[in-house]
Design a protein around this ligand. Sequence first.
Ligand code: SF4
Ligand code: SF4
Length: 493
Amino acid sequence: MLRPLRLLRDIVLRLRRARRRRRFPAPRAFRYERFGGIAQLGGRSGWPQALVFVDHDRAQHLGYGAPPPGLWPPSVEPSADPASDSSQAPALSAAAIDDLLRQPLSAPLEAHLQLTNRCAAGCKGCYTGATVDGAPQEWGLAEWCRALDELAEAGVFHVALGGGESALLPWLDDLLRYARRRGIVPNLTTSGLYPDEVLQRVCRLAEQGLFGQINVSIDGVHEDYARVRGIDGFAQADRALVALRRVSPDVGINCVLTRDTFSRLPQLFSYGRSRDVSEIEVLRFKPAGRGARREVYQNSRCSDEQHRALLPTVLSLSRQHGLRVRLDCSFTPMVVHHQPPRQIVQFLCIYGCAAGDLLVAARSSGQLSACSFFASTSARVDRLRAYQKEPAAFPEFQRYRETPPEPCRSCEYRALCRGGCRAVAQHIHHDAHAPDPECPRVIDWQARTAMTQPTQDPPAAQPGDPPTASATDSPAGSQPLTQCAKRRLPVLA
Ligand code: SF4
Ligand code: SF4
């Protein structure tokens, strides 16, 4: 289809969707925070999709000048004229933003809900270890509605519904409607690996405007798919992508990147463009579920060389194909390795580890965790607010924020990156407080300082990994960080 025709089709789809969403309250538009608040753009049409952090002045300018008592500092004066233009207000200083990012938000922006752990596909790296029978004591509709009540009261904007395979649940449509009634936008990640009648039902739900974004998990095209997943499901996933894209403008691809398929990203982007997807989200392979098996993780995780090449590769493909690309939170160390100006990282809201702060997750039995790849807490998601008030809530993440280890402690991106992926650190070092062992800065720092902290389960060296540290390396502090990032990317400079 020609580009103007595609644009026209999407405008029609968006208008139709906004009309159908009128049956529900508009999604939450704003949430007060100690620094001002968070505004959700898009309203019922869902476009443009964005959560924007604003300071006190801008919040008041938007008409939100009545925060809960005690939330804003007493020094904040209400604007004499709320309609006055605050666009010339001084931006928050870098130190103020760092300070702000060191403390958790009042509530997560998003909750990842693993509605079921049932899935018959049996992918070899499944991060939830999903099985045909699912997990014991899985929650049903009533419990998940109760969880949505709690999340709505807390001020959560979005839920990401995953599994297992949530599309198989007979009560999915009731849950979607309930989320909409509570002002929460439900997004879906789906494998597309199910019979026609299930796909038709998901398409009907998408047509009714119940979902925000839908992403189909496609880790590679044709045989690349099978190389990552160990099953040949590309044709079925492709059929689901095509069917969903026909009825919704916000359908994208989730791609878990592996060392085997890194060089095949051009084929994936080319495929994404041919299917006219709205975005490609590239995710780091996580050592969780079946993906934590030693041989699976060692063979699947990207090499250090690939991590360093990730950002220029995806930026170039994004420009070439005119496709929006997103990198998941755990790739932040690989982004800041290229030394982008911090203001740009802040402006684009590129956060690293968001676990237990910007996001939380829940297992299929309702057990709360800081993120989908991390061990559960003893609390359930329908008690989120009470758990967050506990002094030791999400302790590993709290401890990292308060006492980050080197080299993160002296890293200029620390407040944004937050030490990279705690799940990878936990898996490799058996210590969630350790810095992300796959961060290029950490690797360079270790090489320079010949740091020999004992690791109980170090990743085996793979082709493309850097040489191990030796006592003959340059002394600490004699070189700037990330020697390999010699040039700033033109797009970020
Ligand atoms: S541990 Fe942190 S960085 Fe890793 S996936 Fe979870 S939220 Fe993202
Ligand atoms: S050194 Fe730590 S804070 Fe800095 S980029 Fe690496 S993981 Fe992130």
